[in-house]
Design a protein around this ligand. Structure first.
Ligand code: UTP
Length: 407
């Protein structure tokens, strides 16, 4: 793209400030800036004017398979799951493209050391959980690892340095998700140097189209894989490739599965699974009305009391059908490092800008129904989101210790 076209674009989208330091740039820097500008998918700006509303939707509770229901059929579910894994019907997707701004670690979140007297990184824990199933089934399972441009190098180097944590490298596939510009509250794109835009990963919902762009889907579509277990990087206790979860989802005949935990208390800040207009849906804690928050079922449990853990099973066949539809972008307020008018680099601690993200919950909504699969939060839910307080390094370390880990 030449200078005139770039100028026209910036004029059209009211972003001329991106060229304010142009006179000071070297040729190489100018090229970097032009490249970044010409790679922007400007449709992201449409989401600023779209109102996120579900005013006309009917929200209802959804039934779940409780821990005791699962125990009653454990053997059958497990046998079904193990057979499916041995037949190559499962692959895994680790969502590791986030920036973990709340944790504030300068490396990928997966590299964070949960150990105190020894090294016990989040990645090593996740790989250890997966290797348990590999051993139990005697089958390697393909694992796709989504990073962003920002953390790809650090992530792949960390795996290499640790000899892939004992995982067969032929079964590990790293790929990169797309980036979107971040803006200030007025929709002006922020810059993080005189010649680079403040770009950030486009959320955790667009992974299937990113896998497609990375050319990874042919091998999946042409092979035996029927299910993909998608999970977040930050729950250090979660069961991955869990044969019982897989078997229960297959036996239920439902389109997808979601691992959930019972909310610790009604006000807990966790998205709850429910139905919207008959389809599975995740309602954020702040979207629940006062009545819904405390509503109970006949047995006295919270009607919207199953919090999602970001560990799902999706069917490849249905995902394939969703490839043509564009995932909606949500506008999220976050702390975005930027340069000010004096070219000083500022790292805010409070939200100062907007990021544009696809969300996993929109993919859930594409499914006809969902097996809501309860897990014991003491054994399977230790998210590392914050430096301290709720869902933090400290709370996750406590849970790891309770589960017999030496830190
Ligand atoms: P979070 O919503 O916790 O976001 O991601 P985050 O970026 O990791 O952390 P904060 O909000 O900045 O503190 C939940 C999961 O989705 C992945 C994360 O890596 C994590 O596993 N994710 C998030 C992506 O893979 N890509 C994204 O663009 C965002």
């Amino acid at each position: 793209m030449n200078n005139t076209i770039i100028n026209d674009f910036l004029e059209k989208y009211n972003q001329k400030h991106l060229l304010q330091y142009e006179d000071k740039l070297s040729n190489d820097e100018r090229e970097i800036l032009y490249n970044q500008i010409s790679n922007i998918d400007w449709s992201f700006l449409d989401s600023l004017s779209k109102k996120e509303s579900n005013e006309n939707s009917i929200i209802e509770p959804i039934g779940a398979l409780s821990i005791s229901d699962i125990k009653d059929n454990q053997a059958s579910y497990k046998a079904t799951g193990i057979k499916a894994i041995q037949d190559g019907k499962l692959c895994l997707l680790l969502l590791a493209g986030g920036q973990g701004t709340r944790l504030g670690h300068d490396k990928p979140k997966g590299c964070f050391n949960m150990g105190i007297t020894k090294e016990l990184s989040i990645f090593s824990l996740l790989m250890e959980h997966t290797l348990k199933v590999v051993k139990e089934t005697g089958s390697w399972i393909h694992m796709y690892i989504m990073t962003s441009d920002i953390n790809y190098q650090d992530t792949t180097s960390f795996f290499k340095e640790h000899d892939n944590f004992g995982y067969n490298p032929d079964y590990l596939h790293f790929f990169v998700q797309e980036l979107n510009p971040a803006t200030d509250f007025n929709g002006k794109i922020l810059m993080n140097s005189s010649h680079t835009l403040a770009l950030s990963p486009n959320g955790n919902g667009g992974w299937f189209s990113s896998m497609n762009k990375a050319g990874l889907l042919d091998e999946i579509f042409n092979g035996p894989v029927e299910w993909i277990n998608v999970f977040a990087v930050d729950n250090v206790l979660q069961g991955i490739a869990d044969p019982v979860f897989l078997g229960a989802t297959i036996e239920s005949g439902k389109m997808c599965g979601s691992k959930v935990v019972r909310k610790a208390f009604p006000e807990e800040k966790v998205g709850a699974i429910c139905k919207e207009n008959g389809k599975p849906h995740i309602i954020e804690y702040y979207e629940l009305s006062e009545d819904m928050r405390y509503q109970t079922t006949e047995d006295g449990a919270l009607a919207y009391g199953f919090g999602v853990t970001l560990n799902y099973l999706f069917p490849i066949s249905r995902l394939k059908e969703t490839l043509d539809s564009k995932m909606p972008l949500h506008v999220v307020k976050k702390a975005v490092p930027y340069i000010n008018d004096k070219l000083e680099y500022i790292e805010p601690t409070e939200p100062n800008g907007l990021k544009f993200e696809t969300l996993a919950l929109d993919l859930i909504h594409e499914m006809d129904d969902c097996l809501v699969f309860e897990v014991d939060r003491e054994k399977e839910f230790a998210p590392v989101k914050n430096k301290s307080g709720v869902d933090s390094i400290d709370t996750a370390r406590e849970l790891l210790k309770k589960n017999g880990y030496e830190l």
